[in-house]
Design a binder for this molecule. Structure first.
Ligand code: WT7
Length: 648
């Protein structure tokens, strides 16, 4: 037991095969694609690249693999913006809606493919007029407005790499990222809307710009109408540049390995890494996964991914995947609880959204708010749901299935990372029998394996998730730091990519993600995954969300400490909850202490910051809290921790 990589405690037996109604329309209903991918993964991806994208020059080599560096479709040329815009317009689909944009205050815009192409072409010319050339880096620091997608595509059109920094990040994070990338231009806005108020962006950008010598020009989109200082010679209003820009900007062919973007991932520790993604392989995999994982029917589907463009999910599944496939998408600017807790469901109803993709942290928040909120709206347009970002607890999955999907939408639980660029492990909704909480299987053309501490293959039970061969949208490295790239991902297990996640395999070969291995707890020699204990807690009918950490303990090594958010209006005692966990997964996993809390410390992308919870549990002073979405949450928790008596 104790020599296992990670113990396997939880058993989940519910199964949901695709319904006949779903299968009748589904793109994929059998295992043919898997057979293709297994037989020859390079050939498989080459067929997808040829089928889904338009190339201006053919590649001569599908994949060049010098571990850990890969190149895909070597010698091939294409333009990402051409693939996302021009070819749809040329095919007569210029009037098709690309984006329904919904502003938080209730304003809205409808943008067709032809309009988006014109806007992108003009802005590409504006960037050129500011001296941006192929190979340069451009920083983007914007709210969730259509100009974010326009800016990204304009860079892609002229071969400049973008580096998007989430609008919620501080000026310090922004200047660090600008300096690491040595960006020439920054694109920002005066401000954006959040929770009914304007938050200022340009003043934050101005602070960052005091220490960013590489920046020559700043472009400012007007959105918040808040007052801003414009520095003559450096700062330009977006609308002024656009007024004089020509809408004629031919999409130049780019090398398949041209840098498309950098995206910095901070994780929960360490200096941010500039993850590098390139052109041909990236677009192939995001187009493929967006089409088949979401069973996209571009003529009829209305697709909505609730992520921010500042995260990789926004890059791959708001901008590049959907546009490459000619989809119609919804983009929403604001928070889910403005003006009320049913905002997202009113948007689903308004635009008749058929595919909805969100994160477990959001789903657990919806659970906390209760089933009444979605029940206020007609959600019958929905036919497929997706989840990404964290393991989804089986009970959150069930709630999503019942209250949002009304029992008849498959849920695709998609595992991937900033580093993988696109979805890697996920059901194909017309072919895969779902199990709540499992991301099921590696996609066709992807090699995933669970291994133990020694790197030996595990065929049942817990271990570490590894990827066994290159994939088209894999990161090409860490910007300016090849050694760190090798160390971080390729040194733990020889010849394999180590994702940093725990994972287990059940008897049917399903993959169950168990969270980051840094979070695994060691209680009396048992290696217990935080995900499994959290799922056991969330399976209690009164619990909406739980976070679990291991805190130093003189007798057991670590003790399990749980922080629990209750569903609105419900209660449960600490003792009952501890017994519930014991019943669900065993006495060894019983939390020593449970704190009830209205909120949890999360990163701005919604991941629970267990490092901070460990600090609280062990009574330490808190380290860096700047990546927290809401810093007040920890103060409140510290107060509760110092007041509450410990169990046992
Ligand atoms: C980490 C990557 C991928 C876009 C958003 C996050 C966790 C992601 C799942 C899932 C279990 C998941 C992993 C992964 N994760 N999706 N479906 N089930 N865990 O991107 O910020 O790069 O984070 O998110 O721990 O390693 P990211």
């Amino acid at each position: 037991m104790a020599d296992k990589a990670i113990d396997d405690l939880m058993l989940e037996n519910r199964k949901f095969p695709p319904s006949d109604a779903f299968k009748r329309r589904a793109l994929i209903t059998d295992t043919g694609l898997y057979d293709d991918g297994n037989a020859d993964y390079e050939g498989f991806w080459a067929r997808q690249a040829a089928d889904l994208l338009t190339w201006s020059k053919d590649w001569h080599t599908i994949c060049e693999w010098n571990l850990p560096f890969s190149k895909w479709f070597v010698g091939g040329e294409l333009n990402v913006a051409y693939n996302c815009l021009d070819r749809h317009v040329l095919a007569g689909r210029g009037d098709k809606v690309a984006f329904y944009w919904e502003g938080e205050p209730g304003d809205s815009r409808v943008i067709t493919y032809a309009e988006l192409l014109a806007e992108v072409s003009k802005f590409a010319n504006a960037l050129k007029s500011l001296g941006v050339r192929k190979g340069d880096r451009v920083n983007i620091y914007l709210p969730m407005i259509p100009e974010a997608a326009v800016a990204m595509l304009a860079c892609a059109r002229i071969g400049a790499a973008h580096s998007v920094v989430f609008g919620g990040f501080s000026s310090q994070s922004l200047s660090d990222r600008i300096n690491d990338a040595e960006a020439k231009v920054l694109i920002t806005a005066d401000g954006g809307y959040r929770r009914g108020e304007v938050f200022a962006l340009k003043p934050q950008a101005d602070e960052a710009l005091q220490s960013t010598p590489s920046i020559e020009s700043v472009v400012v989109v007007r959105r918040g109408n808040n007052p801003v200082d414009m520095q003559a010679g450096r700062d330009h209003w977006y609308h002024d540049l656009m007024a004089s820009a020509s809408p004629d900007c031919p999409a130049e062919p780019m090398d398949s390995e041209q840098l498309l973007f950098l995206l910095y991932t901070s994780g929960t520790t360490g200096k941010p890494k500039g993850i590098m993604h390139t052109t041909g392989g990236y677009l192939t995999q995001v187009a493929f996964t967006h089409k088949y994982v979401f069973d996209l029917h571009p003529e009829t589907d209305i697709y909505w991914c609730t992520a921010d463009v500042g995260w990789v999910t926004g890059h791959s599944y708001i901008v590049y995947g959907p546009l490459a496939n000619g989809a119609t998408s919804v983009i929403y600017e604001g928070v889910p609880n403005y003006p009320a807790n049913d905002r997202l469901w009113s948007i689903v109803e308004k635009y008749k959204v058929s595919i909805f993709y969100t994160a477990p942290t959001a789903i657990r928040t919806f659970m906390k708010w209760g089933g009444e909120e979605p029940a206020k709206h007609d959600l019958s347009s929905l036919r497929l749901l997706g989840s990404v970002g964290e393991p989804i607890n089986p009970e959150a999955w069930m709630w999503y299935h019942e209250h949002i999907g009304r029992g008849n939408c498959p849920i695709v639980d998609t595992w991937w990372q900033t580093e993988t660029g696109g979805i890697m492990i996920s059901p194909l909704p017309g072919a895969t029998t779902l199990k709540p909480g499992s991301a099921t299987f590696a996609l066709p053309g992807i090699g995933a394996e669970v291994v133990d501490d020694e790197g030996k293959h595990v065929s049942r039970g817990g271990g570490y998730l590894t990827l066994t061969h290159p994939w088209p949208s894999m990161l090409r490295g860490i910007w300016k730091d090849p050694d760190r790239y090798r160390d971080a991902y390729w040194s733990r297990f020889e010849g394999r990519y180590f994702a940093g996640d725990g994972c287990k395999l059940d008897d049917d070969g399903y993959l169950w993600l168990l969270g980051r291995v840094d979070d695994v707890m060691n209680v009396s020699g048992h290696r217990i995954s935080t995900t499994e204990v959290e799922s056991a807690l969330v399976s209690h009918p009164s619990v909406a969300e739980a976070a679990v950490v291991g805190a130093n303990d003189p007798t057991t090594g670590q003790a399990i400490i749980a922080y629990v958010i209750l569903r609105s209006g419900l209660e449960v005692g600490e003792g009952d909850l501890r017994n519930h966990v014991a019943k669900e997964i065993g006495a060894i996993a019983k939390p020593k202490t449970i704190y009830f809390t209205p909120d949890l410390p999360k990163t701005r992308s919604g991941k629970i910051m267990r490092r901070l919870l460990r600090d609280v549990a062990e009574g330490r002073n808190l380290g860096d809290t700047t990546t927290l979405a809401d810093a007040n949450v920890v103060n409140e928790l510290q107060k509760r921790a110092s007041e509450a008596p410990s169990e046992d």
